[in-house]
Design a protein around this ligand. Structure first.
Ligand code: 9D3
Length: 227
């Protein structure tokens, strides 16, 4: 049995993540003891009556900045020498399948979700090991990015996917192309026919057709993968 990856998520919306982690493959992985999740409400690490997690920026300007004290306190409450502290941030390094694979081998991840206009620079400087963005678009907070990162790496933990699914994964990543089209029954649906070749039983021809279709898809939607 592989070691259990521990994932802590610090956020002001822990119940949003709880809903996702309580379903489907995330739930099964946790029940199987392959991963364990804890969601931490950042407001539990405030000490003022308003439980405030943000404040106005020094130097002026619009919006708010997340205060350092609750974030430091929340991280320090769960951190060990084996922890990796990751800030979810639009200024982070773009998340990739390769990074998911690397992170799935860690022992303890602490994901910190930003909100509003960002976090006090002292958090980035002294608390965080790395920053991750999930893409070039602006969201209102980091909770969905945290769910995306968790989903991508939990499914890579050995034993989470079925044995067959893991084999398929390896194959389709070898060539670095998008997947070919797939069909299932019926052979004709509302006048749309399954390509004859797939019904032929000629596996060599089928493999050639699929490679060609993969190339077409990649040229159309992801030409960057070909250069
Ligand atoms: C004022 C400058 N903004 C940066 C473009 C500040 C800002 C906007 C939105 C700071 C945080 C957010 C909320 N987004 C995230 O926390 C976030 C995110 C995202 O918006 N896009 C892609 N990946 C991520 S990871 C965390």
């Amino acid at each position: 049995m592989p070691a259990c990856l521990k994932i802590d998520v610090i956020s002001i919306f822990p119940e949003i993540l709880d809903a996702y982690l309580g379903e489907s493959m995330m739930k099964r992985a946790a029940q199987a003891g392959l991963v364990s999740f804890r969601t931490i409400d950042l407001r539990n690490h405030t000490h003022d009556v308003h439980r405030s997690v943000d404040d106005r920026p020094y130097g002026g300007g619009p919006g708010m900045v997340m205060r350092p004290e609750p974030l430091f306190e929340a991280v320090e409450a769960v951190r060990t020498p084996e922890s990796r502290v990751i800030l979810m941030s639009p200024q982070g390094r773009p998340f990739t399948q390769a990074r998911a694979g690397e992170l799935s081998g860690e022992k303890h991840l602490i994901l910190v979700c930003g909100h509003y206009e960002g976090v006090d620079e002292r958090v980035r400087g002294a608390l965080v090991d790395e920053e991750i963005s999930i893409g070039d678009y602006v969201l209102t907070n980091g909770i969905l990015p945290a769910a995306v990162v968790i989903d991508a790496l939990v499914r890579l933990i050995p034993g989470v996917l079925g044995a067959g699914e893991e084999a398929v994964e390896k194959e389709s990543f070898q060539d670095g192309l998008l997947e070919h089209p797939q069909y299932t029954r019926p052979a004709e649906f509302r006048g749309m026919k399954v390509p004859e070749i797939l019904l032929s039983g000629n596996h060599e021809e089928i493999a050639r057709w699929r490679r060609d279709q993969s190339l077409r898809e990649t040229r159309k939607n992801r030409p960057d993968l070909l250069s």
